[in-house]
Write a protein that binds this ligand. Sequence first.
Ligand SMILES: Cc1cc2nc3c(=O)[nH]c(=O)nc-3n(C[C@H](O)[C@H](O)[C@H](O)COP(=O)(O)OP(=O)(O)OC[C@H]3O[C@@H](n4cnc5c(N)ncnc54)[C@H](O)[C@@H]3O)c2cc1C
Length: 292
Amino acid sequence: MKTKPESIQPGAGEQFEYSYKAEITNVFPLTRMEKLYQIQLVDAKERAEFIFQPGQFVMLELPGLGEAPFSISSSPLRRGDLELCIRAVGNMTRFLDRVGRGAMVGISGPFGTHFPVEKMEGEDILLIAGGLGIAPLRSPILTILEQRSRYGRVDIIYGARRPSELLFGYEYAMWRRFDVGLEIIVDHEEPGWQGPVGLITEILRARIGAGSADALRQRTSAIVCGPPVMFRFVCDLLVQAGVPVEKIFVSLERRMHCGRGKCCRCNIGSTYTCLEGPVFDYWSVLNLKEAI
Ligand SMILES: Cc1cc2nc3c(=O)[nH]c(=O)nc-3n(C[C@H](O)[C@H](O)[C@H](O)COP(=O)(O)OP(=O)(O)OC[C@H]3O[C@@H](n4cnc5c(N)ncnc54)[C@H](O)[C@@H]3O)c2cc1C
């Protein structure tokens, strides 16, 4: 393994092994498959003490059904209130899809490393999300917007398969009001769509080719989250554009299962992605064999 350059590291999260009683206080349908769940810890003292960082995840327990890991989609500055954007794919998430406000759940965590936005102050930030990858990315987005003056140029590139699958569309105008460059692209058109059609990498290539590469310099930090197939292409383009590997942060969350280093399903070699991830810098990813 090569020596790692001096860099900002993914923030190590404090690990808690404690389950909180919580209530689903609101449910908002986002698309056909995803809903946003607002969840509040029941105990006021626990609410005040519950601290997380952008990029961390919690285990959500449905009594009698089990538990599963979900990234926190909301800002850490809102203590004790969590928002989880959940796609209904299997046993637990489909059951959750039928649950309404007032349902009681268990929350453990927060777990994992985080996007070190606190160490990116003064830098330009480029956030890139594909599909459901916007769920974990929304937390650093909101955190950065709430402290907008601390950062340089902020750009978001977000791609989805279809316009109807874009998440958080109702917030884009608000994000743009904070002097954020937001570019959205879809793989396939649908009636009414007037934006670009293609892959995220095309937007990135166009920006680099258009001479805006000077915005992607040493002072740029990038946060990338999306399907595994997207990572390598996006990260390699960022490196070509001059973003240092140790300033590109990715979330490798799909490789996990229990989230607590117990089930041994997520290890890459001797690295447990649930304990040492889900957020890694790209330098570490390149040195983790078979990480992508
Ligand atoms: C750290 C971490 C953070 C996560 N954050 C989020 C999040 O913010 N929002 C979210 O919706 N999901 C997230 N996930 C994925 C989520 O944990 C799974 O979707 C969930 O465990 C599925 O549980 P289930 O019981 O409904 O599905 P299961 O019954 O366990 O699975 C049923 C079927 O669905 C497939 N499946 C499971 N997960 C997925 C998936 N993610 N995509 C496509 N197919 C899948 C399985 O392969 C299986 O075939 C995260 C996972 C990790 C490890």
